[in-house]
Write a protein that binds this ligand. Structure first.
Ligand SMILES: *Cc1c(COP(=O)(O)O)cnc(C)c1O
Length: 411
């Protein structure tokens, strides 16, 4: 079978383009016309495959979904307006009031806020445990648990759990394994090989091709028996493996309206074609920078799962053989030292976001996690003295020189 990049580039269109355009066109149309009233009735009943209205399906978005399906060997893919839309639409489809999801406090800040501020008041609870402790995970599962939700490399703690071992427990208990693979998207991580049933990710990051647009993906590996989920039992009898996709398309995806715009789908399709070469480069850059920082006496606690000194090294190597992503953290003596260092940089940019072509830096405690009390931040593994660097694809010598210059300004 052809490799990842070949498959990403040479994906066959579902329907031929009238002009045989080599780029799939951007269909910026809301609605699609039918010849007869009978035909539009059939389209509404789902008896003929067609596009009706772009909040539900759009040809350019569908083409992007097909490309992702092709490179992941998954059953079905839904593209949404953002990573957060992917997470919320998925959770609302697989769990309801009275149910719970097992997860960890080592979560992207907005995902934690989704669980605590948005879903909890509606009766859907997150239970926080330690994803590196299989016994604790197993003990937290009860009859109302619908899924285990984890990030492949947690942002910004960079913890890596043993996903195969966790998914084994989930399978025994008949619950879903859901992985947020934003930091290690398809190409870096083959989610289906590690027992992940549903992969969700922010395509805003690596896939968009240099922070060109916001988007999210739900990737269904087709490995879960939907009869085992209370919320999807009804669908399971009718639609079998396609139950989740049907439910999304008829309920949360349709009713919440978080669809991806055709322009963004086009940009993200282009981004996917170069994902592998950009990911290779940023992983290699990140490893070089991590090694450089580790050898520098001014730096404490360099954390990168691709470093031999990392407690996650062995699991990361097994799960992400092509590279441990582009995200690393390190500590300086104080918050002030962090700010001084960040302010001196001339190439690395002061911005949130990650997996851009540009290297981006920030101080998580005072930015992404600023709304949380110091005690909770501590529990979330976010230290006052920690800097997060999202490594881009610039020339490595220039990045190291920039860091060296930044460090000259601090004690
Ligand atoms: C950025 C991010 C998200 C949210 O994605 P958006 O596209 O910004 O909505 C979710 N999870 C992780 C790990 C992220 O880094």
């Amino acid at each position: 079978m052809a490799g990842f990049t070949t498959r990403a580039i040479h994906n066959k269109y579902l329907k031929d383009d009238a002009h045989r355009s080599l780029h799939f066109p951007i269909y910026n149309s809301v609605a699609y016309e039918f010849e007869t009233a009978e035909e539009i009735e059939k389209a509404f009943l789902g008896e003929i495959p067609s596009h009706l209205y772009s909040r539900i399906t759009n040809p350019t978005v569908e083409n992007f979904e097909q490309k992702i399906k092709n490179v992941t060997d998954s059953l079905a893919v839904v593209a949404l307006s953002s990573g957060m839309a992917a997470i919320s639409n998925l959770i609302l489809s697989i769990a309801g009031s009275g149910d719970n999801i097992i997860t960890t406090k080592f979560l992207f800040g907005n995902t934690y806020s989704l669980f605590e501020k948005t879903l909890k008041p509606w009766g859907l609870e997150a239970q926080y445990t330690d994803m590196t402790d299989l016994k604790k995970i197993e003990a937290s599962i009860n009859k109302n648990t619908r899924a285990i939700f984890l990030e492949t490399i947690t942002n910004p703690q960079l913890e890596v759990a043993d996903i195969k071992a966790i998914s084994k427990i989930a399978k025994e208990k008949g619950i879903l394994t859901i992985a947020d693979t934003t930091i290690t998207p398809p190409y870096l991580f083959r989610s289906r090989d590690f027992g992940v049933d549903i992969e969700i990710l922010s395509s805003t990051k690596y896939i968009s091709g240099g922070a060109t647009s916001v988007g999210g993906l739900i990737i269904d590996n087709g490995t879960f028996d939907w009869e085992k989920n209370e919320n999807l039992k009804g669908e399971a009898k009718k639609y079998g493996p396609f139950s989740l996709i049907k439910k999304l398309k008829r309920e949360s995806y349709r009713n919440l309206g978080a669809c991806l715009s055709p322009n963004s789908a086009y940009l993200q399709s282009l981004g996917l074609e170069t994902l592998a070469i950009r990911a290779d480069r940023s992983c290699a850059n990140a490893l070089s920078i991590a090694r450089y920082l580790e050898s520098n006496k001014k730096i404490k606690d360099v954390n990168y799962p691709g470093l031999e000194s990392s407690s996650s090294y062995a699991v990361a190597k097994a799960q992400f053989p092509k590279g441990a992503g582009g995200l690393l953290t390190f500590d300086l003596g104080s918050k002030e030292a962090c700010f001084n260092f960040i302010n001196r940089l001339r190439i690395i940019r002061r911005a949130t976001n990650l997996n851009d072509n540009k290297s981006l830096i920030l101080h998580p405690a005072s930015t992404i996690f600023c709304e949380y009390a110091p005690q909770l931040r501590e529990e979330m593994g976010v230290r006052e003295t920690m800097i997060r660097l999202a490594v881009g694809i610039e020339d490595i010598e220039d990045l190291i020189n920039d860091i060296e210059y930044g460090l000259e300004g601090i004690q």
